[in-house]
Design a protein around this ligand. Structure first.
Ligand SMILES: *[C@@H]1O[C@H](CO)[C@@H](O)[C@H](O)[C@H]1NC(C)=O
Ligand SMILES: *[C@@H]1O[C@H](CO)[C@@H](O)[C@H](O)[C@H]1NC(C)=O
Ligand SMILES: *[C@@H]1O[C@H](CO)[C@@H](O)[C@H](O)[C@H]1NC(C)=O
Ligand SMILES: *[C@@H]1O[C@H](CO)[C@@H](O)[C@H](O)[C@H]1NC(C)=O
Length: 180
């Protein structure tokens, strides 16, 4: 998904002020100073959606310079996610796992303020784990993702900034700060 301007993205846990009330979402300036359409990228914005990151035709990735995550939302209901992260391992500090992940599909802005990302079947990810027998493999990624709530602020320095709060495991109903 191509957008030429990249807005700032923050992944956070749910602040008290945004705890779910069940009240329908109000699309006013206090909630979103601009529509969600476009690409939102974390940190140094080296991880971006689009063909420079993932090539689904041969399940390959172009590794970005730094870790991060980007979400794109089109005005006609489609989304795309690009992620690159390292997971530490408390008991085995040298066993750092690299995960690079790409998925797209259709999203839904729910009245209760949540966002649901419904993936298509062609999402995939590559896992690199130096401490297991199969240390580098590619697998399908087709998880439905639910974010409890979202808000777009105007940051004096960064401009428009999307906050995504509380990524919820759809089956266990547990919500955590979204992972990059
Ligand atoms: C995937 O395809 C792209 C574009 O044709 C090519 O540059 C790249 O080397 C391929 N990667 C793999 C792992 O086959
Ligand atoms: C989602 O991925 C799982 C695991 O790879 C697979 O068993 C399942 O068929 C996939 N679902 C769809 C809709 O592709
Ligand atoms: C840490 O690494 C060990 C050895 O590979 C593995 O068995 C364990 O599941 C890992 N723990 C986490 C939290 O990834
Ligand atoms: C919002 O509605 C969706 C769809 O019914 C549901 O899955 C989700 O849990 C709800 N979100 C919250 C925060 O209650």
């Amino acid at each position: 998904m191509y957008f030429t301007h990249f807005f700032a993205l923050v992944l956070a846990s749910v602040p008290a002020a945004l705890a779910q009330t069940g009240a329908p979402i109000q699309y006013v300036a206090a909630h979103n100073t601009t529509p969600i359409y476009g690409t939102w990228a974390s940190g140094s914005k080296n991880v971006l959606t689009g063909p420079g990151f993932a090539n689904p035709a041969n399940l390959s990735f172009t590794y970005p310079l730094t870790t991060g995550v980007a979400y794109s939302f089109s005005s006609d209901g489609y989304y795309e996610v690009a992620r690159y992260r390292f997971n530490g391992n408390g008991s085995q500090p040298n066993c750092i796992t690299g995960v690079i992940n790409w998925v797209h599909g259709k999203y839904q802005l729910v009245d209760n303020g949540s966002i649901i990302l419904n993936p298509w079947a062609d999402g995939y990810q590559q896992i690199q784990d130096p401490c297991v027998a199969v240390s580098n493999f590619i697998e399908q990624y087709n998880d439905t993702e639910l974010y409890q709530s979202w808000q777009i602020f105007t940051d004096p320095v960064d401009g428009y900034k999307l906050h995504l709060f509380g990524r919820c495991a759809t089956r266990r109903r547990a919500c955590h700060p979204p992972r990059p």
